[in-house]
Design a protein around this ligand. Structure first.
Ligand code: S3P
Length: 427
């Protein structure tokens, strides 16, 4: 795809529903009794993979574009799928479903695309095995495909070495099927959508600092869920509005859960002009409209507990840092290496190709911004967040940028390019 410089971006945009929340709505709705209605559901390829896995396990799910109806059959209502379950590109699907499958009374093989089959699954296999789960990596490399033989589980306390909502959620979901209490402590608090939504479905789940605990209940009960806009998708327009001169963008209905709002805190600390308006809470999730105006940004250090709250936004934060004066240092983000691609390597590689002064490190990168970027031929490496981040970099680069496999944005934001184009053409 060919991407060009833009003079300014103006107008309003409503980003699609939150990916993490959409996945969980399908999973928990399938395990609840009754019909769960979900509006503003994200119709991205990842969430469609979750729908397809639960349909294969006997759950009727009506998908009427923006609204979906999940006819849940209760905690013990899933049935053995015919053939294997395919999670596609989705780490959330793979890791969360593994927790659920561990406590069923049937066996499943779970796999995904080439990227998923390289991503680490030992991080869930270890705690699930401690609970008594029978889960093996078929190729013996700690990755999918996984063979999960349903069995009875015992509650544990797990001290997770990583701040990962996928690990935490996998263990807590297995905890729905365990005898006794299951709890997870993480080094820093990761996104808490599982805790908030399971509570709303009637689960006995509590949080205390960085520890979440669940006590099994006989049933979950269906809900109405209105999914807030995904702050990870809004992040591209936050960055674009800040770095493209003369811009003003209103991003409507964005989830600003404090475990996800690191991008806002970083953008403000870099000198960004962002107004958070119309704050409200829906189903335990805070949402707001964001007014973003062009700003002169300066570099900062990003490290520690804020990292899990912006982990998926680091590629676009790196683009903001390239446009900012001074040096931005990103530390404590080694997790970037095991995302849909090695995001430390790909982000720094692509930024260098555009003329940015950037150095990769073991757990992040150091970016000295302020130099003008130039267009380049870039590879998305089939990673949706790389494609979208560099579409934003292209807006401030001289000349043309060519992005390979740009359509991989379908994973989390199928209408990304037309939404971006809308803001450009309205200018
Ligand atoms: C997610 C958790 C994060 C995030 C991913 C979605 C979730 O992964 O990067 O895009 O929905 O729980 P980790 O839990 O591996 O950090």
């Amino acid at each position: 795809m060919l991407l060009k410089r833009a003079d300014k971006l103006c107008g309003e945009v409503t980003v699609p529903g939150d990916k993490s929340i959409s996945h969980r709505a399908v999973m928990f709705g399938s395990l609840a009794l009754g019909t769960t209605r979900v509006t503003h559901f994200l119709q991205g390829a990842d969430c469609l993979s979750t729908i397809s896995c639960f349909r294969k396990m006997g759950i009727e799910i009506e998908n009427n574009s923006d609204e979906i109806l999940i006819h849940g059959k209760g905690l013990h209502g899933l049935c053995a799928p015919e053939g294997i379950l395919d999670a596609g590109n989705s780490g959330t699907t793979t890791r969360l479903i593994s927790g659920i499958l561990s406590g069923q009374n049937f066996d499943v093989t779970l796999t995904g695309d080439a990227s998923i089959c390289k991503r680490p699954m030992k991080r869930i296999m270890t705690p699930l095995s401690m609970m008594g789960a029978d889960i093996t990596s078929i190729n013996g490399n700690g990755c999918a495909p996984l063979l999960i033989k349903g069995t009875s589980l015992t509650g544990i306390h797990y001290d997770s070495p990583v701040a990962s909502a996928q690990v935490k959620s996998s263990v807590l979901l297995a905890g729905l099927y365990a005898d006794g209490i299951t709890s997870v402590t993480e080094p820093f608090l990761s996104r808490n959508h599982t805790e908030l939504m399971l509570h709303a479905f009637g689960a006995n789940i509590t949080s205390d600092g960085t520890t979440a605990s669940i006590v099994p209940e006989p049933a979950l009960h269906a809900l109405e869920i209105n999914v807030p806009g995904d702050i990870s998708s809004a992040a591209y327009f936050i960055a674009a509005g800040l770095i493209v001169p003369n811009s003003e963008i209103l991003i409507k209905n964005v989830g600003i859960n404090p475990t996800r709002d690191g991008i806002l805190r970083v953008a403000l600390a870099m000198g960004g002009n962002i107004t958070v308006m119309n704050k409200r809470t829906d189903g335990g999730e805070e949402t707001a409209d964001l007014l973003v105006k062009s700003s002169s940004l300066h570099g900062i250090t990003i490290e520690g507990g804020i990292i899990p709250t912006l982990i998926d936004e680091i590629p676009v934060i790196a683009v903001m840092a390239a446009a900012a004066d001074g040096t931005t240092t990103i530390k404590d983000a080694a997790e970037l290496k095991v995302k849909e691609s090695d995001r430390i390597a790909i982000v720094t590689d692509n930024l260098m190709k555009m003329g940015c002064d950037v150095t990769p490190t073991d757990d992040g990168m150091i970016i000295t911004g302020g130099k003008s970027l130039h267009g380049a031929t870039l590879d998305s490496c089939l990673d949706h967040r790389i494609a979208m981040s560099f579409a934003i970099a292209a807006l401030i680069a001289d000349g043309e940028t060519h992005m390979k496999d740009a359509e991989c944005v379908d994973i989390s934001y199928p209408t990304f390019y037309s939404d971006l184009e809308n803001l450009i053409s309205k200018s």
